[in-house]
Design a protein around this ligand. Structure first.
Ligand code: AMP
Length: 290
């Protein structure tokens, strides 16, 4: 695996890969590093589906709404390089802050409407997804991948990226990879390393809430209020209050009154000083896609 730091270096490498194998797909896995099994699953999927795999590693300040969260974000590039290489990446694109945002950078790609403005957009502020859509547009232009891989763990982000790609006619296919969890059910996240002592068992409250929603649905509940109450009780029983716990349409993110196969349950909560998110799709439809 080669590590590339500048756009000219990256373009030369990707161009050479295309020349060598004109029909081979270029796959991109965008990450902020601190790679864990969730990221590795994305890289493995890219390896299976694409001839050339680029993993990007860039902690994007523009999508952090809290400076303490940005400062505490775990970083270990040399470890990440080893892990990405073992998982099958051909290239690690690890640009500097100045490469992505050179002095005088003045453009922002902004998605409006409920897909970007609800849930994470409402609670972290509009700037969060503006930061995501701006950096992802840049990464797509830098790498020019045929396929890009995103995790269902960030279900709203997947919808935001799909809308960005559709609205701007970006020539890239978006693939979604199911959420990878710890053995006890906690969704893998780079922020999990910050869960110290008593916070680690408390973090299971998110999954407990989602499991309670799944159980209520399986038992026949179709009223959003009933399912919400079951999920909320499971969380508060463990001593965690959600920042939001929402039952929404999996494509529009509009709140639903009547639960359907495919309804998305999305949750965010602070556990100690760490903000965690998770989600599940009710019924049998995988990944909230009808
Ligand atoms: P991040 O480094 O947190 O920005 O995540 C990079 C990519 O990995 C995003 O597409 C995430 O949705 C995805 N990802 C993060 N955690 C998981 C997980 N537990 N399972 C699957 N994908 C994940």
């Amino acid at each position: 695996m080669r590590t590339l730091r500048t756009v000219p270096e990256l373009r030369t490498a990707v161009r050479a890969a295309r020349r060598q194998d004109p029909t081979g797909a270029i796959g991109l896995v965008p990450t902020m590093g601190a790679l864990h099994d969730g990221h590795l699953e994305l890289i493995r999927r890219a390896r299976l589906e694409c001839e050339h795999v680029v993993v990007s590693l860039f902690v994007n300040p523009a999508q952090f709404n809290a400076s303490a969260d940005l400062a505490a974000y775990p970083r270990d590039e040399s470890r990440d390089a080893g892990v990405a290489s073992d998982a099958g990446a051909d290239f690690l694109f690890a640009p500097s802050l100045e490469t992505v945002y050179p002095p005088g950078f003045a453009t922002s790609v902004q998605l409006s409407g409920p897909i970007a403005e609800s849930l994470e957009g409402a609670h972290r502020g509009a700037a969060h997804f503006h930061g995501v859509t701006t950096v992802v547009t840049k990464l797509f232009n830098m790498v020019q991948p045929d396929v890009a891989f995103f995790g269902q763990k960030d279900a709203q982000q997947v919808l935001v990226i799909r809308k960005l790609v559709a609205d701007l006619d970006l020539p890239v296919r978006i693939e979604t990879v199911p959420t990878v969890r710890e053995p006890d059910g906690l969704a893998r996240s780079s922020r999990n390393v910050r869960l110290q002592g008593d916070d680690r068992p408390l973090a299971l409250a998110l999954r407990a809430g989602l499991t309670a929603a799944e159980r209520a649905f399986t038992a026949g509940a179709r009223d959003a209020g009933t399912v919400h109450a079951a999920a909320l009780a499971a969380m508060t029983d463990l001593g965690v209050a959600p920042e939001y716990l929402a039952l929404v349409d999996p494509l529009t993110l509009a709140p639903v009154d009547a639960i359907d196969d495919g309804t998305l349950v999305a949750v965010a909560a602070h556990v100690g000083g760490t903000r965690l998110i998770d989600n599940t799709t009710l019924g049998t439809t995988p990944n909230g896609r009808r």
